[in-house]
Ligand binder design. Sequence first.
Ligand code: NAD
Length: 259
Amino acid sequence: MGKLEGKVGVITGGCSGIGLATARKFAAEGATVVIGDLDEVNGPRIAEELGGLFVKANVTVAEDVEALFAQAKEKYGRIDVAFNNAGISPPDDDSILKTGIEAWDKVQNVNLTSVYLCCKAVLPYMLEQGGGSIINTASFVAIMGAATSQISYTASKGGVLAMTRELGVQFARKGIRVNALCPGPVNTPLLQELFAKDPERAARRLIHVPMGRFAEPEEIANAVAFLGSDESSFITATDFLVDGGLSNAYVTSLESDFE
Ligand code: NAD
């Protein structure tokens, strides 16, 4: 028996990176998967591979988000897990000195407003069925300051953390758990794109990871499956860090320290 046997999970941003690895993990653990993403090229193929449903949705548009959860409920009868994960990290979001209001707004909409919309859309279904698990993707950058700033991204993820805490507390006695997932740097297209343009920034970030490497998306997916499952039944309102020790390191050791 998989740890998500019989559950229905909705995943936004499920066509790439962390969301895709999680969709595959959920299916392997017995869940029925519904993917909401902009990517209508890959979405239908991925849903078919997993025996689930793809709904084309822009997570910044309230009607799209409502339709995503409504279709999941209509087709499968319930929604047990919502992984609100779609996010962007565009290059024009940079130091506050360089970042204009358009770049700021775009990132706030995709990374933060989308989480508000998804939680607002799914909570009535979870209240009606008397339980559920919501996992909102934040980031380690919401917990630590970086000199190599992406100001709107960082602020958006801080908003995700604060909103998640409040929802976790508000709905705890209704059987609904709400947790924020805080990955460290993960080897996905989002990060590859950012660092391909700036290898110095990539090298600089790796210095701070005690494990000396980026996470693989599957390692993050394992944590999401845990948070979505009943194994995490006493965990809510957390900043759930999966960061290779990054947020607790002052200096990291190097291979040469052990020679
Ligand atoms: P990714 O770029 O590999 O995948 C993002 C997915 O979201 C894509 O399938 C894309 O089509 C979809 N998407 C983007 N905008 C959308 C929109 N408006 N509506 C619907 N779908 C949309 O990214 P990833 O690295 O897997 O990141 C997933 C989440 O994890 C993001 O919230 C990101 O901020 C967060 N995160 C990533 C890292 C990392 O190092 N990769 C670290 C911490 C947190």
